[in-house]
Design a protein around this ligand. Structure first.
Ligand code: ZN
Length: 204
């Protein structure tokens, strides 16, 4: 399986990193080895001095597809979850400056933390109005709502599947809202969708 991630999908987040608003989704991929095994702590990698959290709504692909049209895209995902796209921001800044790919900053081992469960999408009244937030050591540090996405789930599936065949079990990390920031050893992060705690990770 693979994880397709979306960069700059929330206006306020693009602004906080001084990035222009994209006219098409910005994609990158994390391999299966990026997934932090369930219940493991995240050990602070030695190659970065600026590990940052990005809490994101994650959708799970339930049907094999390629060149999926937007109007059919909703048949290709059935569950919604929460994830953290951990980013070595210092490495990413160098990659961006040099015009290099982002993989060493974004796709390293354990950089994808996924919540303990996914929620069937029928359980949500409105997929365009899902509230989510992240706490660090008990304080809310990131809050988002899917109504603020620049490109919504169906558009992301249409665009991503032009380039990448989507397979059952693949995940799409749909972009972070504003409020990204550093984590430190001994931090505890907890993620919530609509008030339900779905994710917990400790930094060691
Ligand atoms: Zn992200």
């Amino acid at each position: 399986m693979k994880i397709v991630c979306i960069g700059r999908n929330y206006f306020e987040h693009a602004k906080e990193l001084n990035n222009p608003i994209p006219s098409e989704p910005i994609l990158f991929v994390k391999p299966e080895t990026a997934i932090l095994p369930k219940r493991n702590p995240l050990y602070y990698p030695d190659f970065t001095a600026d590990l940052q959290h990005e809490v994101e709504i994650v959708i799970k692909i339930c049907k094999l597809g390629k060149n999926i049209q937007k109007k059919f895209a909703n048949k290709y995902y059935n569950e919604i979850g929460l994830g953290i796209d951990f980013t070595a921001r210092d490495l990413q800044t160098v990659c961006k400056e040099k015009g290099h790919p982002w993989e060493i900053a974004k796709a390293f081992d354990n950089s994808a933390v996924i919540g303990k469960k996914f929620i069937p999408k029928e359980n949500f009244k409105d997929l365009l109005n899902i509230q989510f937030h992240l706490k660090k050591n008990g304080d809310v540090i990131q809050t988002g709502n899917t109504k603020d996405m620049l490109f919504h789930f169906d558009q992301l599936i249409e665009y991503a599947s032009k380039f990448f065949t989507l397979k059952i079990g693949d995940l799409i990390f749909t972009g972070t809202p504003s409020g990204v920031g550093p984590v430190a050893i001994n931090d505890k992060l907890e993620g919530f969708i609509e008030g339900e705690k779905l994710l917990e990770v400790n930094i060691k």
